[in-house]
Design a binder for this molecule. Structure first.
Ligand code: B12
Ligand code: SF4
Ligand code: SF4
Length: 311
């Protein structure tokens, strides 16, 4: 099998494994993105996410992370459930990306299967599977691999699914056949995400985490300052506003066939009282296999109480 055929075989397998988008990029230094990352960190836009600062050299330069890297296979999985916040039986807002199973384990399992498949063809190959937590600029690599572009809300958007996609990668130490990078910016003169962000966290292509509800409800540790608390706007986990208002989502979002992303019964049916009465035991049972465990029981309780005080 030549390199072109092998690349096509990998893509076919990735589709069979449930990835809607797949692209292949040559591992290279992304100097512009690295410099943007450095400016972002210098401006303090990572807030208290010190882990972003700690591994900035690896995140900014793939060869610092994996010196033998030759290829980045980038994948996207559609998680749009076909439903909006309105289906929740509560006035509380809860981000759709965490309604069902934890995407980290789901994508990692599928990508490991893909890597095993690749290794059957080339047993000596060295590969790394990455999903979210690795020091890799996933959106930048998805753009390099031709999957889509980074919109003004900073998320990666595709022509055929909008931005409701989780991203992941396999980095390999062999060369493959590379796709054309996505060089267009299809945001045009639109500024809907910037205008509708309730906390003014967005400037064009730049996000200030300290002001972002997603950061505050998921990543921020400890109590809120008076100012931060006012910013939650009813959200207890994550925030979807900048993506909901994006015309690319409104026009091109497609319902995912992945049942794992459909909302857990409790997430869809719990009332304000049920959420108010959540205890540590219920939290553990409900979110054992969910991305929500990142904020821990104390974090979710803090978010609930902060929203209650706001009203
Ligand atoms: C840190 C992080 C966060 C932080 C910071 C977000 C951010 N924009 O950086 C917080 C906690 C706020 C967050 C929130 C969310 N996140 Co997040 N997050 C990450 C993580 C771990 C790193 C992102 C990163 O590298 N940021 C560093 C900054 C510098 O990068 P950037 O904002 O993308 O900036 C780039 C461009 O905008 C541009 N740029 C910067 N400055 C300038 C200036 C000019 C003039 C120009 C033209 C361009 C430009 O260059 C930069 C480098 O390419 C990635 C996973 C990963 N390993 O990559 C997931 C990831 C980005 N998150 C994801 C998701 C789903 C979310 C949420 C939607 C969750 C939610 N519903 O609440 C929100 C979205 C909020 C938003 N509008 O971005 C997905 C996004 C999928 C997609 N389709 O893009 C990722 C890829 C995880 C995954 N594996 O799927 N997240
Ligand atoms: S996730 Fe919410 S708070 Fe954060 S930038 Fe988007 S709209 Fe603003
Ligand atoms: S809302 Fe408009 S500006 Fe924002 S990402 Fe979508 S198309 Fe781009």
């Amino acid at each position: 099998m030549n390199t072109k055929q092998f690349s096509e075989t990998i893509k076919k397998k990735a589709h069979q494994l449930g990835f809607q988008k797949i692209g292949i990029a040559a591992a290279q230094s992304l100097t512009k993105q690295q410099s943007n990352l450095e400016t972002w960190l210098k401006n303090g836009f990572h807030a208290e996410m010190h882990w972003m600062e700690k591994r900035k050299d690896e995140r900014g330069d793939i060869f610092s992370y994996f010196p033998e890297a030759k290829t980045v296979i980038s994948v996207g999985m559609n998680y749009y459930t076909g439903m909006s916040e309105d289906i929740l039986s509560t006035s509380i807002n809860f981000s759709n990306y965490a309604w069902g199973e934890d995407y980290h384990s789901l994508l990692k399992t599928r990508l490991t299967e893909l890597l095993d498949f690749i290794k059957i063809q080339i047993p000596y190959i060295k590969g790394l599977v990455c999903v979210d937590t690795s020091p890799v600029m996933e959106k930048a690599w998805a753009q390099e691999a031709g999957i889509g572009w980074q919109g003004k809300h900073t998320n990666l958007i595709t022509r055929d699914y909008g931005s409701w996609l989780f991203l992941g990668e396999i980095i390999l130490d062999v060369e493959l056949n590379y796709d054309q990078s996505f060089d267009e910016d299809l945001c045009g003169s639109c500024t809907a995400c910037i205008d509708m962000c309730p906390t003014k966290a967005l400037d064009e292509y730049v996000l200030d985490s300290e002001k972002c509800i997603s950061y505050l409800t998921i990543e921020h540790r400890g109590p809120f300052s008076e100012e931060s608390q006012q910013k939650l706007h009813g959200w207890i986990y994550g925030c979807d506003i900048c993506q909901e208002v994006c015309p690319w989502n409104q026009k091109f979002q497609q319902k995912s066939e992945e049942m794992a992303f459909q909302p857990h019964w409790e997430v869809a049916h719990w009332t304000d009282d049920d959420w108010g009465n959540i205890d540590e035991d219920k939290f553990r049972k409900l979110f054992r296999k969910s991305a929500v465990k990142r904020t821990k029981y104390e974090g979710l309780k803090r978010n609930l109480q902060a929203n209650e005080s706001n009203t």
